[in-house]
Design a protein. Structure first.
Length: 260
């Protein structure tokens, strides 16, 4: 079977560390390559992950905070240098699109191959639906308009949700219900507006019946004390648990029966 996969291009929260860049992902499918958010040195990160940046169809930007969007100018500039002509589409809510256009405009990077597609702030909005995958988005509760993303990888029959930056909310509960993999931000050491603590992430994942929980957008204090982090999550979540690391690959294959 031709497989689809998620590559973690960065796993840190807004404050990066020596071994973690800001959180963003690549979704690799035979049909196309998509970015989910666009943090530091995206062209180089794709190459480092063994991916061809020219296969990029577009980028879904969850919101307009710097650590999720600042790689766009670099990416477009690299495309200009390789004389790209194929369309590259930026998908985002209206505020994020406006900021993306402003950033590219200020730097003189508006080019004909760059297109913009607005995602409305409504639950379960269909961004893509083709023979290989479907992508849906729903608004979540952060500081400013933000979208969580769900990818249904039809070739492997696996569903993947990325929370983006959010506190627990009904919209994310609905989107992540019975997901095979949930990439959830974990960037608060205590309850705070617009972000989630380890305990909040664990309770949400357990309620949703998520098969595998992957912690991303990690606060440095949490990332450097992984044993304590795992203990806190394990109090409430009983499924498969991972702490993401940069350039990790998650194959979107269905779980194997016991004994295989």
């Amino acid at each position: 079977m031709t497989m689809q996969r998620i590559i973690v291009l960065g796993s840190a929260a807004a404050l990066s560390t020596a071994d973690r860049d800001n959180t963003f992902f690549a979704f690799d499918s035979p049909r196309a390559l998509l970015l989910i958010d666009c943090a530091g040195s995206p062209y180089q990160k794709l190459l480092k992950a063994g991916l061809d940046p020219q296969r990029l169809e577009g980028a879904i930007i969850t919101h307009a905070h710097p650590d999720h969007i600042y790689g766009l100018p670099s990416l477009v500039h690299h495309f200009m240098m390789i004389k790209r002509e194929e369309p590259f589409t930026i998908y985002a809510n209206s505020r994020t699109l406006r900021i993306a256009k402003d950033i590219l405009g200020i730097l003189g990077l508006k080019r004909g191959f760059v297109a913009f597609s607005e995602i409305p702030m409504e639950e379960g909005f269909v961004v893509f639906d083709n023979e290989e995958y479907a992508v849906h988005t729903s608004p979540v509760r952060h500081i400013g308009p933000t979208l969580a993303v769900k990818i249904t990888a039809k070739l492997g029959g696996v569903s993947v949700v990325y929370s983006a930056d959010t506190a627990p909310c009904p919209e994310l509960l609905a989107l992540a219900k019975e997901a095979d993999i949930l990439f959830h931000e974990c960037s608060a050491t205590k309850p705070t507006r617009g972000h989630s603590t380890p305990q909040q992430v664990a309770k949400l994942a357990q309620w949703c019946g998520v098969r595998k929980l992957v912690l991303v957008h990690l606060h440095p204090l949490l990332a450097t004390n992984s044993e304590r982090l795992v203990e806190e999550v394990r109090e409430f979540y009983k499924g498969e648990l991972r702490i993401a690391h940069d350039l990790e690959v998650y194959e979107l294959a269905p779980p194997q029966p016991a004994g295989k």
